[in-house]
Design a protein around this ligand. Structure first.
Ligand code: 3HC
Length: 315
């Protein structure tokens, strides 16, 4: 059958909301952009463990420590889920990890900011995981089957991440003056970088048009960002805190909140590797990979041994 027919059948499936599966014919560009997005999503989950892990040994109580450990472990699982989804498109784990370590592949800019106080754990849970949930709920309807299915499980755990973060800030917001100040300081520092998680404005989004056409994305960067702002403005009132944007104002005509200008120079600077913690994050990932080499070697040696035993039994 000519490629045009395959292309036609592929687009028919997309149009009829039939999931594209690993063994289906797909345009190479569809494969490529899914590997790009899914692997970078996975990298974000794994690198995203680092800022929070910094506070596991400093958590203010055993209960908070246990919650934070559970959350960081979840992120590791999300990363492995997503690497497995990307592998169904023909890339390898080694290739993806090498691309991360070489700087060729991206991960979310948000994880290149430092976690300075315990309140940052709450701000990350509420704002970062809150932003991730909006994006990931949308991705439950992405056209590539393994990616959409991975999202369903991840979203369930993400909701816990967001709730535990908000609850932690709620406790601080009802505490001493120092705790209230720590809570507001963390919100001030994490608000704008959280808005940047949704990507550049639509007019500068190089992938969006095609990703929307192929239903990889179901909402644009700006649509999701606006949804997040509208949600957070109401939630912050419960904390008795403020968001660091004097331009925030309800727009009756738009039925949305207007908000201030994002610092796109900062965004692109962080994406290009010049954020406060980019070098530290990549160095930590490379060290963890090197330190874990013996585990991979032992697992491969064991698998080889089991394979030989099976072969001898079969002979
Ligand atoms: N950080 C780093 N790079 C970013 C970025 C960000 N916040 N936003 C966009 N970019 C990059 C894109 O990857 C793209 O570069 P590339 O072509 O080399 O990949 C470039 O900037 C232009 O952006 P586009 O809008 O054209 O790119 P996309 O169409 O891919 O949209 C996206 C960007 C919305 C992040 C999309 O890739 C996406 O939805 N990814 C899946 C979700 C994800 O990765 N979330 C990251 C956080 S995961 C997380 O928070 C886990 C939670 O448990 C804490």
């Amino acid at each position: 059958m000519a490629v045009q027919n395959f292309e036609y059948l592929f687009l028919q499936k997309i149009d009829q909301e039939i999931k594209i599966e690993p063994k289906d014919w797909m345009p190479e560009a569809y494969r490529k952009t899914n590997v790009r997005q899914i692997s970078q999503h996975a990298h974000s989950e794994i690198v995203g463990m680092l800022p929070e892990a910094n506070w596991i040994s400093r958590a203010p109580s055993l209960k908070r420590k246990a919650i934070l450990i559970a959350k960081v472990q979840d992120e590791a699982g999300h990363g492995l889920y997503l690497y497995s989804a990307a592998e169904t498109l023909g890339t390898s784990r080694d290739q993806m990890i090498n691309d991360l370590h070489s700087g060729k592949a991206k991960y979310s800019s948000i994880f290149n900011y430092p976690t300075l106080t315990w309140a940052d754990m709450g701000a990350i849970g509420w704002l970062v995981d809150g932003a991730a949930i909006l994006n990931q709920v949308m991705l439950c309807r992405t056209s590539y089957g393994p990616y959409a299915r991975a999202m369903v499980r991840i979203c369930k755990e993400e909701s816990f991440h967001q709730r535990q973060g908000f609850e932690s800030l709620l406790v601080l917001s009802r505490g001493t003056k120092e705790q209230k100040d720590m809570c507001q300081d963390a919100i001030n520092r994490w608000w704008w970088p959280s808005l940047m998680m949704f990507g550049p404005k639509d007019s500068e989004s190089t992938n969006s048009d095609q990703s929307m056409a192929w239903k990889i994305k179901r909402k644009t960067n700006d649509e999701l960002r606006q949804q997040f702002v509208d949600m957070a403005v109401e939630q912050v009132k419960i904390l008795g805190m403020t968001l660091p944007d004097p331009a925030l104002k309800w727009n009756e005509e738009r039925q949305h909140y207007d908000f201030g200008q994002i610092n796109w120079d900062e965004f692109w600077n962080v994406v290009k590797g010049n954020g406060p913690c980019n070098k530290q994050r990549l160095a930590a990932r490379k060290k963890a990979h090197d330190d874990g080499a013996w585990v991979r070697e032992a697992a491969l040696a064991y698998a080889e041994k089991m394979k030989n035993i099976e072969k001898q039994k079969a002979a």
